[in-house]
Write a protein that binds this ligand. Structure first.
Ligand code: 13P
Length: 253
């Protein structure tokens, strides 16, 4: 059975003291049974959060594919592994947009993460104009084909996919449950074509984009939505607590 996952992407937010406090609060939350919780703090706080997080997993928001060398400002997958970090975000739309990360570069990152035993949360999703011109399925399929589907089945099994439509990120405009389910079902069907039914059924596909206590229940109740990658609502303990709570997952399921 595939994992249900709620992951908080804190992005470039919070002071050190705020991060410590939020980490403590998340770690003490009442987490629904069978739900895995991850937090992705800014890199500077990853180590410290890791030391204090006993009930939730801590990942990095980014890492560089080369192991070491003259790459000023970067942190490598190898260094994450050394530090005991077990998960990494790859392909977030903010990195694609602001740091010009291409599908080919993301493929390198994915390979490096897997080579170091780090679980990749691979993010994909279309911009508004692609949603509006109706080619969003093709667009996301291409992202997966160019960055992910070269993996063999054993490697792919480690990957979590996060569908984050760019028009829904930080905008307060969430994909409807129908829009999310359509994309998630399509992603699962492409995974099945590539890797077979068993792997497809066991792949966790998360939704991200203005997911909050008001809409999480209807999104998480979708057959092919296995949880969320949460931005804004992960910074507020009271909101994140609702997303990881048993009731949010059970009432509609
Ligand atoms: P918001 O939840 O703030 O829309 O952000 C989603 C996101 O980008 C998570 O990675």
């Amino acid at each position: 059975m595939r994992s249900k996952i709620v992951a908080g992407n804190w992005k470039m937010n919070l002071s050190q003291a705020q991060a410590q406090e939020l980490c403590r609060e998340v770690n003490n939350m009442n987490i629904g049974s069978g739900i895995e919780v991850y937090i992705f703090p800014p890199m500077l706080y990853v180590n410290e959060c890791q030391m204090h997080a006993t009930h939730v997993k801590v990942g990095a928001q980014n890492a560089y594919p080369k192991d070491s060398g003259a790459y000023t400002g970067e942190v490598s997958m190898w260094q994450l592994q050394e530090a005991g970090v077990t998960a990494v975000l790859i392909g977030h739309s903010e990195r694609r947009e602001y740091f010009r990360e291409s599908n080919a570069f993301l493929k390198e990152k994915l390979d490096a993460a897997l080579a170091h035993g780090i679980k990749p949360f691979f993010c994909c999703g279309e911009p508004l104009e692609i949603r509006e011109n109706g080619t969003f399925l093709e667009y996301v399929k291409q992202q997966l084909e160019e960055s992910v589907f070269h993996l063999d089945g054993a490697a792919f099994k480690q990957v979590v996919i996060a569908y984050e439509p760019i028009w829904a990120i930080g905008t307060g405009k969430t994909a409807s449950a129908e829009q999310a389910e359509e994309m998630h079902a399509a992603i699962r069907s492409w995974v099945e074509e590539q890797y077979g039914k068993e792997i497809a059924e066991n792949t966790s596909i998360l939704y991200g984009g203005s997911c909050n206590p008001g809409n999480a229940q209807s999104l998480f109740a979708c057959e092919n939505v296995d949880g969320g990658l949460i931005g804004g609502a992960s910074l507020k303990a009271s909101e994140f607590a609702v997303l990881v709570a048993e009731e949010t997952w059970t009432i509609l399921n």
